[in-house]
Write a protein that binds this ligand. Structure first.
Ligand code: N2P
Length: 391
């Protein structure tokens, strides 16, 4: 096994862009690093060429780079408005927080990053906490749509695993408290789909016409067909995108719908036999129907981290920090991941999970890619998604 210093040095090389990801994996495996260690390293990394982050102090939150990091947020407000993905928190988390603090929480849910982005871009959403994926956090911070965290209120920050500190999509954790990590693959009924699916070509197979769905999410759908052809999940190349569109339109003829987390009930009932879905939501469904399995496509898939952030102008910033500090507690973080089926970035919670969320195996790890902010290509992707929808 490598020493901690050797692993840390390799990790640094990766995030500083001195070592391409493929070489990093090769080197780390040659070192004898376990898949677990590698998984932890890679999930914390949202890019390959980012600037080197400053290591955090051994205890306490890292120094914020944002404006007025030690601002006083005044007394605790009596309300808190949270907007999160559906099925992405334990059933008692909010009630326990309300009981302990006396803060009344309004909790709404959404199904995609695009839905969240649209709401925040219009402004005046009234939300105090939202939960973007890494690449969307970058978009929101670039558009000045987020409030910097005031770290002095995050007394439990020390529980964040070091590998989730200073991700490239949020240097210095200026805006985000890491929430959950996971992958995007295929939930399928092992009693209906034989042989088991191996990859994204499943959705092009007319044998399962009208028994399949894909996520209602342009990054995930177009990304899947980019991977099918060996391209990056964040490609901006017009030829790559055109080919992905052709595949997506061909797949659409076999699909019952583009639908996200709500598909779980249909996979459980057997109305749907295969659904593009995230690992944790698949784990939730398989608790109800053990024939539901998860396939991490052989051509590659997305690996992501979602974070709690505070939208610009949020009315209850002090209560938002209190909630963030609450979920940073090991017991609370454990109960959240036990419910969602996703991985926890909380170092103290990992060992406490009732059903551990395994890090990807060494072989799987080579196929995972972290989605990047599309920058100027975002418009071309939006256009493509509209065309797929209209086809
Ligand atoms: C919602 C989980 C969604 C995570 N149930 C996608 N990043």
């Amino acid at each position: 096994m490598p020493t901690k210093k050797e692993t840390d040095d390799l990790f640094k090389s990766l995030i500083e862009g001195r070592l391409p990801r493929r070489d990093f994996i090769r080197a780390a495996l040659a070192f004898g690093a376990s898949a677990t260690a590698l998984g932890s390293v890679l999930e914390a990394c949202s890019g390959e060429t980012a600037e080197a982050p400053k290591p955090p102090p051994p205890s306490g939150p890292p120094t914020a780079a944002g404006p007025a990091p030690e601002a006083d947020l005044g007394p605790m407000e009596t309300e808190l408005n949270i907007y999160n993905w559906s099925d992405y928190i334990a059933e008692d988390t909010v009630a326990n927080f309300e009981k302990e603090t006396g803060v009344k929480v309004k909790y709404d849910t959404y199904e995609s990053n695009e839905e969240l982005l649209a709401k925040l871009q219009v402004g005046g959403s009234g939300y105090d906490i939202v939960v973007p994926t890494g690449y969307i956090l970058s978009v929101l911070s670039a558009q000045n749509l987020l409030e910097p965290l005031v770290k002095k209120y995050l007394t439990n920050w020390k529980n964040v695993a070091p590998l989730f500190v200073n991700p490239t999509f949020d240097p210095s954790n200026t805006f985000g408290v890491p929430w959950q990590w996971g992958t995007t693959g295929i939930a399928y009924r092992s009693d209906k789909i034989t042989p088991p699916p191996e990859g994204w070509a499943l959705f092009l197979d007319a044998k399962y016409k009208n028994k399949m769905t894909m996520l209602n999410d342009e990054r995930d759908v177009i990304g899947a067909f980019l991977k099918l052809r060996g391209k990056s999940l964040s490609s901006a190349d017009p030829a790559d995108l055109e080919a992905a569109k052709t595949d997506a339109i061909a797949a659409k003829a076999n699909l019952k719908a583009f639908i996200s987390a709500e598909v779980k009930g249909q996979v459980v009932s057997g109305d749907v036999w295969a659904a593009q879905l995230w690992n944790g939501d698949t784990a939730q469904a398989s608790k109800e129907e053990p024939n539901i399995k998860y396939c991490l496509p052989k051509e590659g898939a997305a690996f992501w981290t979602d974070s709690l952030v505070i939208p610009k102008g949020a009315p209850h910033k002090r209560a938002a920090h209190a909630f963030m500090d609450f979920i940073l507690r090991p017991d609370v973080a454990t109960s959240i991941s036990d419910f969602t089926g996703y991985g926890t970035p909380n170092a103290e919670a990992v060992a406490k999970l009732a059903v551990p969320v395994p890090y990807p195996t060494e072989e799987e790890l080579k196929r995972l890619e972290i989605q990047k902010d599309l920058g100027k290509a975002a418009q071309a992707w939006d256009q493509l998604w509209t065309e797929i929808g209209a086809a």
